[in-house]
Design a protein around this ligand. Structure first.
Ligand code: HDE
Length: 713
C-alpha cells in the first residue's frame, strides 16, 4: 500500500513537469500560433535585394520573442546550478514533528535542490570566495516545503533591515561595477568594519569553506532556529544540517583563482557530470533539537542568526538522506525559474522570532514578483505543488489554470461552500500559539551582543593550515582595500576575535593593530538616544569544536578526478593497474597525453586520451599519477607542461604518485629541484609524494584529499 504511494508521489512530479515540455524532435517548425513555417532562412523582402516588409509576421514574432528572452537575475544568489532527487527519512520523527514527509521511511519525497554563490552575476565564476546557497524544495503530500539554507551555519547580520546595506556593500561598486563576484573591495569591508556582529560569519567566509571543492562536498545549514510541532501541539526548537557523504572539502585560494579562468563552470560541470554518470551526490539530514524549557540555557540567543549551537553542546541527530539523481532538462525552465521561499512550510514545522528570518518571510514572494513577473509563479512547472491547489485567487499575468467554478469568494453557497478550510486534523496549517506580551520597540536584545566569542571559537577550532589559510584570506581581502582607515578598523575588530590573528594580518598589511573602535549601538534604546556600543563577551563554555574543522571530515577516493600523464610507449601493466584500481575505488582516472586521439602502449595497444596538455590543467584534478614506460617518460621529459602539471599539483597540496620508471620526470620538477633536494623518501611519503608505492597507497593518498602540512614555500 505504502509502496504504491511512493511511486505515485514521484511519478506525479515527473509527469507534472513533462506536461509542458517539448523536444521539437521529428516535428515541423511552427510559429507560436502553430502555423507551419516554410522558410526559416530568409525574411520577406521586396525583391531579393529589397527592403524587408513590415508584413513579415514570422520575422517579427521570432525577433520579439528573442528580445524578451531574459528575465531579471536574482538580486543575490544569481549564479546557481540545480538537480532533482528525493529525500527519505530514516525513522519516524513523529515524537517531534507531525510533518508528513518526516514520518514514513518508505516514502520518497521528490526534491529540487539549487546551489548558488551569493555576490556574483548569473555568468560569474563558480569559484568566487563566497557563501554558497543550499536551497531544497520538497514536493510533499502536504504542499511545498522549502529549506532555503547556506553552506555556512551563521549569517553576517542579525536583523533583516541591514540586508540591503550588506548586499549593496558586497556587490560591485556602483560607479564602475567592479569587482565582479568578489568581496575584496572597499565598500564591503567599510560596511563590515562598522558591523561587529558580522565577525563570526567573517571567520567562515575567510575560511576554506568559502571555496568548496564541489557542491557535492559542502555542508548545508538552515541557519535560523526553527520549530518542530508534533500532533500534541508540543514544540521543540530545531536547527537543520545537511552532511555530505563525501565529506566537506575545499580547494586552495590560488587554485580557485586559476580555476576561475580555466573553467568558471567548475562546480556546475562537476555536479552535472557526476549526476549524468550515476555518481549521485548524497547528504544526510541532521537536526539539533532543543526543548522549549531549555531555550535560555545557552550563552547566546537561539534567535540570533550569527550564532550556532556547538555540536558538543547539542549533538546532531541524523534523521534522513537526500539523493540527487537527475539533471534538469532545461536550465531556464527549472534552475532559473525555481522560486524558493522560507515561508513555504508544512504542518509540523514553524518559524521562530529570529529577526532575520522574519524579514526573509516577506522578501522571497516579493522578489519573485519582479523576477518572474507575476503572482502566478507557483504555476510554473518547477514550482507546482504535487498536491492540488484550490483557492479563490484568480487571474493575473500569465495565468495557466482555467478555473471553471462560478464562485471565487469564501464563504459562499453557490459553490457549495468550496473550497473550504481544513481543520488541523485534516492537515490544515495552524501557526504555533506563542504568547507575546511586549512593547512595540526598535531595539536589539542584549542577548545578541556577544559578537566575538563564537568567532573566536571558530578560529580556535581550525587546524594550523586552516588558520593559516584564513589569515592569508583576510590579508588578501584587506590588501585589496584602498582606504587605510577601513583596514585599520578591521584590524581593531579582529583583535577582539584573537590577537595573534589580528597581528598576523597586520604584518601582511604592513600596519599596526589599533585599539578597537565600536560604532554607535545599532539598537537605539527606548529613550531614543543612540549610545556607544559596547559588545559583551560571555564565552561559549567550550574552547574548541571539532565539527568546525574540515580536518575531521569524511575522506574517500570516490569521484575524485585523477590525471594520468602518459604518452606512446606507456607500460601496459603500470597503466592498467593504476586505472583499474582507481576505477575500483570509484575514482575517475583521466588520461592526459601530448595530443588527443589515441596513444600506443608499449605492447601496441591503443589507449584513448581524453585530454591533452593543452586542454587539461592540474587545477581541474584532485591528484596526478605517472605510470611507467621508458619511451612515454622520455616524451614527457620534453614537454614542459608535464613537469608544470606536477609542480602545480605539488603547490596545491595534491597527492602525486609516480611509478619507479617515472622518477626521471619527478627529478625535473620543483618537488626534487626545490623542495626535496636530498630526496628523503620518508619525508616525500608523509607529504603525499608517493614514489613507486603501489596503487593501494596512492588511492589512500587520493582519499586524503590534500597534504596540507606540505611545505611549499
Ligand atoms: Fe536570501 N534571498 N535573504 N538568505 N537566499 C534570496 O530570493 C533575503 C538569507 C538564500 O536558489 C532572494 O528568490 C533577505 C539567509 C538562498 O533560488 C531574496 C535576507 C540565508 C537564496 C533574498 C536574506 C539566505 C536566497 C533573491 C535577510 C541562509 C537562493 C532571489 C533578511 C539561511 C535561492 C530569491 C535560490 C535568495 C532575500 C538572508 C539564503 C532577495 C531579505 C540568512 C540560498 O528574496
Amino acid at each position: 500500500m505504502k509502496k504504491q504511494k511512493v511511486v505515485r508521489t514521484e511519478s506525479r512530479k515527473n509527469n507534472d513537469l513533462k506536461k509542458n515540455s517539448s523536444t521539437g524532435k521529428d516535428k515541423f517548425l511552427t510559429t507560436n500560433q502553430g502555423l507551419k513555417i516554410n522558410d526559416n532562412q530568409n525574411s520577406l523582402k521586396a525583391g531579393n535585394r529589397g527592403s524587408t516588409l513590415l508584413e513579415d509576421f514570422i520575422l517579427r514574432e521570432k525577433i520579439t520573442h528573442f528580445d524578451h528572452e531574459r528575465i531579471p537575475e536574482r538580486i543575490v544568489h544569481a549564479r546557481g546550478s540545480a538537480a532533482h532527487g528525493y529525500f527519505q527519512v530514516y525513522d519516524s520523527m513523529q515524537k517531534y514533528t507531525k510533518a508528513g514527509f518526516l514520518q514514513d521511511p518508505k516514502v520518497k519525497t521528490p526534491v529540487f535542490v539549487r546551489f548558488s554563490t551569493v555576490a556574483g552575476s548569473r555568468g560569474s565564476t563558480d569559484l568566487a570566495r563566497d557563501v554558497r546557497g543550499f536551497s531544497v524544495k520538497f514536493y510533499t503530500n502536504e504542499g511545498i516545503y522549502d529549506l532555503v539554507g547556506n553552506n555556512m551555519p551563521v549569517f553576517f547580520i542579525q536583523d533583516a533591515i541591514k540586508f540591503p546595506d550588506l548586499v549593496h556593500a558586497v556587490k560591485p561598486e556602483p560607479d564602475n561595477e567592479i569587482p565582479q563576484a568578489a568581496s575584496a573591495h572597499d565598500t564591503f569591508w567599510d560596511f563590515i568594519s562598522l558591523m561587529p556582529e558580522s565577525m563570526h560569519m567573517i571567520m567562515w567566509v575567510m575560511s576554506d569553506r568559502a571555496i568548496p571543492r564541489s557542491f557535492r562536498m559542502m555542508e548545508g545549514f538552515g541557519v535560523h532556529t526553527f520549530r518542530f510541532i508534533n500532533e500534541k501541539n508540543k514544540s521543540v526548537f530545531v536547527k537543520f544540517h545537511w552532511k555530505p557523504l563525501l565529506g566537506v572539502h575545499s580547494v586552495v585560494w590560488d587554485e580557485a583563482q586559476i580555476i576561475s579562468g580555466k573553467d568558471p563552470d567548475f562546480h556546475r560541470r562537476d555536479l552535472y557530470e557526476n549526476i549524468a554518470s550515476g555518481n549521485f551526490p548524497e547528504w544526510e539530514l541532521g537536526v539539533q533539537i532543543v526543548e522549549e524549557k531549555n531555550e535560555f540555557g545557552f550563552n547566546f540567543d537561539l534567535h540570533d542568526p550569527t550564532k550556532l549551537i556547538p555540536e558538543e553542546i547539542v549533538p546532531v541527530k541524523i534523521i534522513g538522506k537526500l539523493t540527487l539523481n537527475r539533471n534538469p532538462d532545461n536550465f531556464f525552465a527549472e534552475t532559473e525559474q525555481v522560486a524558493f521561499h522560507p515561508g513555504h512550510i508544512v504542518p509540523g514545522i514553524d518559524f521562530t522570532n529570529d529577526p532575520l528570518l522574519q524579514g526573509r518571510l516577506f522578501s522571497y514572494t516579493d522578489t519573485q514578483l519582479s523576477r518572474l513577473g507575476s503572482p502566478n509563479f507557483h504555476e510554473i512547472p518547477i514550482n507546482r505543488s504535487i498536491t492540488p491547489v484550490n483557492n479563490n485567487q484568480r487571474d493575473g499575468h500569465m495565468r495557466q489554470t482555467i478555473v471553471t467554478d462560478k464562485t471565487s469568494y469564501e464563504p459562499n453557497t453557490l459553490g457549495g461552500g468550496c473550497p473550504f478550510q481544513a481543520k488541523a486534523v485534516e492537515g490544515g496549517f495552524t501557526s504555533y500559539t506563542e504568547r507575546i506580551d511586549a512593547n512595540k520597540i526598535r531595539e536589539r536584545s542584549k542577548s545578541f551582543f556577544d559578537h566575538f566569542s563564537q568567532a573566536k571559537l571558530f578560529f580556535n577550532s581550525q587546524s594550523q593550515p586552516e588558520k593559516e589559510h584564513l589569515i592569508k584570506a583576510l590579508t588578501f581581502e584587506l590588501g585589496k582595500v584602498k582606504t587605510p582607515a577601513i583596514r585599520s578598523r578591521m584590524l581593531g575588530l579582529l583583535s577582539q576575535v584573537e590577537i595573534t590573528l589580528a597581528e598576523k594580518v597586520a604584518e601582511g598589511l604592513g600596519a599596526k593593530v589599533p585599539k578597537p573602535e565600536f560604532p554607535l549601538n545599532h539598537s537605539i534604546p527606548a529613550d531614543g538616544n543612540p549610545r556607544d556600543f559596547q559588545p559583551i563577551s560571555v564565552g561559549q563554555g567550550i574552547d574548541s569544536s571539532s565539527a568546525l574543522s574540515m580536518k575531521n571530515t569524511i575522506k574517500k577516493p570516490d569521484t575524485r578526478k585523477v590525471a594520468v600523464l602518459a604518452s606512446d610507449g606507456v607500460d601496459d601493466k603500470s597503466y592498467n593497474s593504476i586505472t583499474a584500481s582507481l576505477k575500483k575505488a570509484k575514482a575517475l582516472p583521466v588520461l592526459i597525453a601530448p595530443h588527443l586521439g589515441n596513444i600506443v602502449s608499449k605492447s601496441g595497444n591503443q589507449i584513448k586520451a581524453e585530454e591533452s596538455f593543452l586542454t587539461a590543467s592540474s587545477v581541474l584534478f584532485d591528484a596526478v599519477y605517472v605510470p611507467g614506460g621508458k619511451k612515454s617518460i622520455e616524451t614527457l621529459l620534453t614537454i614542459p607542461e608535464a613537469a608544470e602539471f606536477i609542480n602545480q599539483s605539488y603547490k596545491h597540496f595534491k597527492p602525486i604518485g609516480v611509478n619507479k620508471e617515472a622518477i626521471e620526470l619527478l627529478k625535473q620538477t620543483d618537488v626534487i629541484t626545490k623542495y626535496h633536494k636530498d630526496g628523503n623518501d620518508k619525508q616525500l611519503f608523509t607529504e603525499g609524494v608517493l614514489i613507486d608505492k603501489g596503487t593501494e597507497e596512492f588511492i589512500k593518498g587520493v582519499a586524503h584529499h590534500r597534504y596540507w602540512d606540505r611545505k611549499v614555500s
